[in-house]
Unconditional design. Sequence first.
Length: 571
Amino acid sequence: MSLFSSLQMAGNTLQAMQIGLHVVGNNIANANTPGFVRERAVFAPAPVQKLGKLTIGLGVEITGIVQSIDKFAEERLRDAGGDRASAEAQEAAYRNLEVILNPLGDSNISAKLTKFFNAIQLINQKPEETAHRNLAISAGEELAQTIRSIRGRIDTEHENLNTRVSQIADEINTLSEEVRQLNLRIVQLEGGGATGSDAGGLRSQRGIALKRLAEIADVTINESPTGTVNISVDGKFLVFEGTRSEVVSEQIGDAGTVNNRIVFAKDGSELQATGGELGGLFEARDSILGGFLSGLDDFAGALAFEFNKAFSQGQGAVGFTSLTGTYNVDDSQAALNAAGLDFTPKNGEFTVLIRNKNLETGQGDAVRHTINVDLLGTNGSPTTLDSLAAQLDAVSGITASISLDNQLVINSESPADIDFGFEKDSSGALAALGINTFFTGSDARGLGVNQELLKDGAKFAASLNGINVDAENALQLSDIQDKVLDDQDGQSISGIYKQLIDLTTQGATTTASVADGLRIFEGTLQAEAQSVSGVNLDEEAIDMIQLQRAYQASARYISTLSDLLDLLVNL
């Protein structure tokens, strides 16, 4: 082995140390770069040379520059990130829901409900005071408005989640396109897996995109031997080597409830995400908010129907001269329990009171007529809206007809002389048709107060034994808040709402606890992954000193060889 060969070997060593220092410098420069994976130069002995009987080493060479990464830890970290993002989306939905409900404030539904029934109790004290009746009606309208307002705010939150789903569709397209392009560039630089070097910077960029995709949805990520990664969701590819699939957001549902979903543009099949932020958004929108809205609608419907059933038994300080039902049927010739009413009546009967307002004795001369509601048709055909109107129209003093909107209309034959009222309804037909009722609507979005009462508070049905006779019905109405209701599975109006709030509170507490646990777990995995792939400045400083010393030693070795070469030349 000649001095010139030794000089070449020393030069190669200097070059190897320079490359090593370059890698260390790159690591230090990116110590605070998010997603950067620490790189290391792979040193290996150069091929040996045979010199006579001797085998002589030819120094060192760098076989590659690779990332220091624990792929198993990175996969677990991506999965943990998706679980955390899903839990946080649900946690945020519960947090926003609690803000809307304001359970500890004085303007929530519970407070308005109590205020409404307290106002009814005032009527018992002075039933002759129209102001007390107006106060109860005003409190009822305030309660209905609060329920509608909360429903509207939750609907807005529901729409915000729909918007976020649409935004995620765009983000998925952006990230998948970024991964596709990086796949091509990585293969080009790495030679399809033929070299020992990683395209470190490009792989770090791709890793950031993959991590975000894993946070968005429960994706499956596989790296091929050529260095590309393939991404699929529920068995359908988002990215396959150098190609990708476009996704779009589309709306489904009716005008009442519209939901956004994400589908593949090519065939329209839905992107099924059960995890990640997208899965959490679906759970938050459809189960958390959707479940609460369903419960709120059930509560509003129960409040309207149960209160109306009791309210329709009574009479006001004045009677009616004209009255139109607030609920309509789909088919006036169908049995009432199959005619498409929001609330279903049952077999029974109710009484119509006909009063001559000019008689001094008033109630003693009121004439009562019993109206049968036969839904089984035991005496012929079952009661329809048509047949019910015919029964009422046969009562002397009033006329009955059906409006163009399929609502029952009742009028006094002589408004100046005759008014009418109702009592003793065992069928629930009056409440189902919206005759002599307090509330209108059947869900939280449409709940309101009957316009007949808003126009004339004296029609508040406080009496139970005739028009302007007593306040016994008001006494019964004030007890409905906590009364056990057979048609509501033994729950009270207050109990239904309390159960709804309790379920929401429990869900919020559980979700917050799960989210906290997943954040801690993800932090643990992050620390584990960073222990391998993160840049430690102290370790880099040690590597730098070692490379520096090797570089200096090689330079001294070259200096020595140079002296020997000079000596040889001078001989």
